[in-house]
Write a protein that binds this ligand. Sequence first.
Ligand code: NAP
Length: 340
Amino acid sequence: MKIYDEDDANIRLVAGKKVAVIGYGSQGRGHVLNLRDSGVQDLIVALKEGSVTAKKCAADDIEVRSVAEATAWADFIVVLAPDEVQKDIYKDHIEPYLSAGKTLAFAHGLTVHFGLIEPRDDVDVVLIAPKGPGHQLRALYEAGKGLPSLIAVHQNATGKATDLALSYAAALGSGRAGIMETTFREECETDLFGEQAVLCGGVVDLIRAGFETLTEAGYAKEMAYIETLHEVKLIVDLIYEGGISNMNYSISNTAEYGGYKTGPRLVTDETRAEMKRVLKDVQEGKFVRDWMLECQAGQPNFHAKRQIDAEHPIEEVGKRLRERMPMLIQGKKLVDRERH
Ligand SMILES: NC(=O)c1ccc[n+]([C@@H]2O[C@H](COP(=O)([O-])OP(=O)(O)OC[C@H]3O[C@@H](n4cnc5c(N)ncnc54)[C@H](OP(=O)(O)O)[C@@H]3O)[C@@H](O)[C@H]2O)c1
């Protein structure tokens, strides 16, 4: 896999373009503020009429226009609205105003890879996907560091698509950490699988199941919270920093032995077979079709599940403990929920 550094990129390429970023949410704000600090001067945000995020742009002194106006104006258009609305935005507000030689950029390959958006073939279509939330992209940039990004090219109409994607990624600060070259397919399918099987599905259900096992057995909710949720970060930090063997080096031999004995009792051959089925659903587009149908219906199951999870006892006890013991959370908070 090709990995680029800051020295491989020419930030002036993107700094010389008129850049429009559609959406000012998690990714949008991080991208725009980092681009501005990297010297991109012709920079605007596009939002839908009446958008609640417009006031965040005003607070950050960022000009806002409609998506149609921004598309007509810009050379480089970055689509950072939620995946589920991108198809309609593209059809109604981008496609009619797009002209040859422009660049269309995404932070996730879903809508292009699964054919929800089929851009005209005389524009560049690129991916610049920071590997983390926009808040972290911004915080690391401000600290003089960077979040790694993936780049990919779906269409190279101008012959300069890779250089432009590299330039944009470097302007986000990702050159400081590493810019990895991939494809839309690989980014999209590994990202969907990873978040479902491990990061957001697997880990979260494992935490809740552990919490429920302890509390149903009569242990204090506070103890269950500390053991099954709070300490996840301490363990993940060690893994993140130096791999699984680094974590094993740091924990007790008893914890390490217990992990070896019990991990395979939970992640069984059946779990692995289910993971393969999850990956197949992603690869064959079943997951994306289901998600788009859920969105067309107004996301009833999505909102119901969000509500049920928000009312789980692990949320209540966690909130109470974090308020009672603020030092439980060390370091800077990544998400300021007032701002986003
Ligand atoms: N969040 C992450 O960690 C992450 C990481 C890597 C890649 N990505 C990708 O980045 C993209 C954006 O995700 P996100 O999480 O940043 O989204 P988000 O936080 O939900 O923000 C979406 C933004 O788009 C705006 N928007 C919604 N509908 C719009 C419309 N019809 N026209 C114009 N703007 C509209 C929203 O404004 P309103 O508030 O007015 O609705 C908001 O400013 C997605 O492709 C996602 O897969 C996200």
